[in-house]
Design a protein around this ligand. Structure first.
Ligand code: GAR
Length: 217
């Protein structure tokens, strides 16, 4: 089994978590999912993780005095699990600057837009209201400001005139499930490094990394 341990942090459905768990089943995948951590005990994704025999833990943010104390409790659990990379996957809590610094360059997030456009919530509604023709998704290293940080992989999704927030979200989600495992692979294989506020990718001869939309693997 791969020695590069990752943790996945969820608050809800956990479909990106499921995509990572599924990808990690492949023999050549360079990372293993060592822990799924949730701030909500009712997160749907917890059942999915348990069914896949992945260790899970719940740390309820409401049990703590403030953000720093909650984040410190997560850091303790994550350090004990010996993880090299933390993947936020629909984890709907802002993280303290201390947490972001402690895990700097070992903490990544997925967001359903082509960042830096459309940070924040209700992304799909806002894209339709704004009239942009192309949406997409981004995996990026986390910095203290919300949905900010060096970009690792993106995929573009054309927007149709009859799209609703739900139909658009579903098509973007399909791409999220492709680029999150790709980003984890690049990092675990040591092919992605932060440099000057951006991510430098090694092995640039690999065509799938240069393309906007990676082909199905
Ligand atoms: C995903 O679309 C993810 O990109 C988004 O939440 C959804 C979680 O779905 N994350 C953010 O908006 C972070 N700013 P999932 O629980 O099925 O993976």
């Amino acid at each position: 089994m791969a020695g590069f341990k990752i943790a996945i942090l969820i608050s809800g459905r956990g479909s990106n978590m499921a995509a990572l768990i599924e990808a990690a089943k492949a023999e050549d995948f360079p990372a293993q999912v060592a822990l799924v951590l949730s701030n909500r005990e009712d997160a749907q994704g917890l059942a999915t993780a348990r069914a896949a025999n992945i260790p899970t833990q719940v740390i309820k943010h409401g049990d703590f005095e403030g953000r720093e104390a909650f984040d410190a409790a997560m850091t303790e659990v994550l350090a004990a699990a010996d993880v090299r990379l933390i993947c936020l996957a629909g984890f709907m809590r802002l993280l303290s600057p201390e947490f972001c610094q402690r895990w700097r360059d070992s903490l990544i997030n997925i967001h359903p837009s082509l960042l830096p456009a459309f940070k924040g919530l209700n992304v799909h509604e806002r894209m339709l209201e704004t009239g942009v023709r192309i949406g997409g998704c981004t995996v990026h290293y986390v910095r203290p400001a919300m949905d900010e940080g060096p970009i690792i992989v993106q995929a573009a999704v054309p927007i149709a005139s009859d799209d609703t927030p739900d139909t658009l979200a579903a098509r973007i989600l399909e791409q999220e499930h492709r680029i999150y495992p790709l980003a984890v692979r690049l990092i675990a294989e040591g092919r992605a490094r932060t440099a000057g506020g951006m991510v430098a990718l090694d092995s640039f001869e690999l065509p799938e990394i240069r393309l906007i939309n990676p082909p199905t693997q």
